[in-house]
Ligand binder design. Sequence first.
Ligand code: NAI
Ligand code: MG
Length: 366
Amino acid sequence: TTRKLLLLPGDGIGPEAMAEVEKLVTLLNAERAAGFETERGLVGGAAYDASGDPISDADMNRAMAADAVLFGAVGGPKWDSVPYEKRPEAGLLRLRKDMSLFANLRPAICYPALAEASSLKRELVDGLDILIVRELTGGVYFGAPKEVVDLGNGQKRGIDTQIYDTYEIERIAKVAFELARTRRGRVTSMEKRNVMKSGVLWNQVVTETHKGYSDVTLDHMLADAGGMQLVRAPKQFDVIVTDNLFGDMLSDIAAMLTGSLGMLPSASLGAPDETSGQRRAMYEPVHGSAPDIAGRGIANPIAMIASFAMMLRYSFAMVDEADKLEAAIAEVLESGTRTGDIMAPGCREVGTSEMGDAVLDAFRRK
Ligand code: NAI
Ligand code: MG
């Protein structure tokens, strides 16, 4: 098999973290016959500097043709005065839009070694492993009308519109049920059907779609109560499926259950290709380009490496390798090797490439 992989390191700490994944790709090809064919492209400020656009058409075409895209981070003060439609973030938005990445997967995993540093009581989060599936291309962020109207009496009116069609809810529900099957088999759907018509439809369509997945347990929660439960007793959840707005907030809340931004991976999936069945997919750390620490070799590469592990699992069905890579991360943390952002008393502080090497070493021994 060949596996076509596009690497888009981007700006700031993006390239530094991506370099640690490239070591893993080299190892997987050399020692496990993984067959990765890697291309590199430019995105964000780096692409703007080179071509005048935050992603070139050529790199966009490469992304469309790849089996999976690994994205670093974009942005930084250098591009603050770039015109709005050329700003670094526009490169990321174009990738999401052109690849139709409608399902955003945000795991919240709390490694036992880091439970102490969590903002919650240790026993609440120790060993936490939940997955939030957020609808990413519909809902109130995109619905029309969307405008500020001048009412002419000194008042203005801000308007956003929440719209969800059956097919949009059905396809995100399917992703959630399919993922639950590979995990603990439980899905919790969150909406506000008590006050929103789109919530009523969401609830109905998820319930209907569930009929094809009788091996998965489904329950429903109002999104505000869900937010409370997420903080009160997060381990009750396995997969949470929710809309764009609630998913944005709930996944940021869940992120803070687990510690540093430098630890958090994500995936965005599109529809399956009609002939190959392969889903378009892009994987990226949750963090940004961290200009405050860029270029110093101290960024935590784990979010990037864990994003690559998600890619192995979801795009390439390399479940065994993904499990081993995640176990390698846990082992390195357990051994007390830490980058500055997750440093704790009694631990050994290392830089980006030392952390990457430690994970690589632990992975190789598995
Ligand atoms: P940020 O995530 O880049 O940084 C927030 C804080 O977390 C900083 O103090 C940073 O040093 C720290 N941090 C982040 N990742 C880390 C890592 N891997 N290891 C150690 N420490 C880490 O968010 P911020 O500062 O709000 O934004 C900086 C730039 O990144 C902006 O231009 C923003 O637009 C962009 N950005 C890009 C994103 C993307 O490409 N997906 C997402 C978020 C922000
Ligand atoms: Mg957010």
